[in-house]
Design a binder for this molecule. Structure first.
Ligand SMILES: [Zn+2]
Length: 413
């Protein structure tokens, strides 16, 4: 078959996605498959079986990143890499991450069964702990591989029960031998659901992101004074939760105040001791600020710090601020972005140029190799929730765009 007429098998892709969705399936139709959990282990096992079925050479590195390699005519040329992540959010969806891995698998199956000879090796990857929900921060597998995060520091990150990432990697049997270190990559493509409402609203099939927003994570710790709610008068209270409430609204108002393209969110809050008859004595919450403009994010944080200082003083509740994690905005490789758009058009799909508001492994890979992503619509723009959904034909469309982008890069001499 002529290469330009190749298409993925949409039914098979749908079936593999369904098989994966059974691992960690939730009652609400979603998936709970946290990084390095038993479910993650089970999904990795199935993934490995599928890689071996199509004769890929499998390696697992010391971060548990799984690679499957299919050689080209010139095995020494830099590889074409494609994939995403198998782990999910708690009570998350059936498409986030896994579509990019199963889409890449479908691409390799198609290349394999049609005996296509590429010039360059093609590799599939599953990056460890993209979500960062059990072990913050996010995208550590690709981050260490790209040389942007320290391996031992990542090993030392603990989940809420105090279990370390390194230990859990060993427990599930995925602490590999190979160093997690980048090698020359000719092109990296990641297929992903949009996780937002734009494609659906625009009525477009394939999203072509020019890059990923800069992302800034902070942790806020407020110290109040716990006391019995009945006998303690309103006056003079040091209520840590009220302090937090005022601060949280400031975060929400931030994008409006700063102008420019920005989103700011408090998504996690812990109130102690969390009892209806005790004045909150301690609160911890997170702040997430994103924009294409890295400086705007930093200026926004400076503004926020001033607000937090004022609010903290007003309530007599000292506040501690921790700058947890920061990744600058990631403009993708122009040539590859153009290729994604043109390939989608050639295949007859409508396209929409956009930016990615969500972080992806592509952020880190982009720092060391030419990178692009392919987005497909999320129904209702919903993601990181059980109702997350993408039409079968859209998954297939995305996989076909991925197939032809990978082939074009892999056929380059
Ligand atoms: Zn994802």
């Amino acid at each position: 078959m002529e290469v330009k007429n190749l298409r993925v098998n949409g039914q098979r892709l749908k079936f593999t996605l369904e098989m994966m969705a059974k691992i960690g399936a939730t009652a609400g139709g979603g998936v709970h498959r946290l990084a390095l959990s038993d479910e993650d282990k089970q999904a990795r096992g199935l993934f490995l079986e599928w890689l071996k079925e199509i004769d890929l050479v499998v390696t697992v590195d010391e971060m548990g990143n799984i690679f499957g390699k299919r050689d080209g005519k010139r095995p020494n040329l830099p590889t074409v890499l494609t994939g995403s992540h198998i782990d999910s959010q708690p009570q998350g969806g059936r498409f986030d991450g896994i579509l990019g891995v199963m889409g890449a698998l479908e691409v390799l199956r198609t290349i394999h069964e049609n005996h296509i000879e590429t010039e360059r090796p093609v590799m599939i990857v599953n990056w460890t702990n993209e979500e960062g929900t059990r072990f913050p921060p996010a995208m550590v597998g690709s981050g260490v591989w790209a040389g942007k995060l320290d391996r031992d520091w990542v090993y030392d990150q603990a989940d809420i029960q105090g279990k370390k990432l390194g230990g859990e990697l060993e427990r599930i049997g995925y602490k590999g031998q190979q160093p997690a270190r980048k090698w020359p990559v000719h092109a990296y493509y990641e297929l992903h659901i949009e996780q937002g409402p734009i494609l659906e609203k625009e009525g477009k099939r394939v999203g072509v992101p020019k890059g990923i927003l800069g992302l800034n994570w902070y942790d806020v710790y407020i110290e109040g004074k716990a006391n019995q709610v009945g006998p303690t008068p309103m006056e003079g209270r040091n209520d840590a939760l009220c302090t937090a409430a005022e601060m949280i609204l400031k975060v929400n108002e931030l994008p409006m105040r700063m102008g420019g393209n920005m989103v700011a969110t408090v998504g996690e809050i812990h109130n102690f001791p969390n009892s209806r008859n005790i004045i909150p004595g301690r609160v911890h919450f997170t702040v997430d600020i994103r924009s294409w403009d890295d400086d705007l994010c930093l200026r926004a944080w400076e503004e926020l710090k001033k607000d937090f200082g004022r609010i903290s003083e007003k309530w007599g509740c000292p506040v501690k601020l921790v700058e947890t994690w920061r990744i600058e905005h990631a403009p993708f490789d122009e040539k590859l972005v153009k290729r994604v758009g043109e390939t989608a058009k050639y295949l007859g799909f409508s396209t929409h140029f956009m930016v990615s508001g969500a972080g992806h492994d592509a952020s880190y890979v982009n720092q060391v190799a030419p990178t692009a992503m392919i987005f497909v619509p999320s129904i209702g723009g919903r993601s990181h929730v059980e109702v997350e959904n993408t039409k079968g034909e859209d998954c297939e469309a995305g996989a076909n765009v991925l197939l032809h982008c990978v082939l074009q890069s892999a056929l380059e001499r």
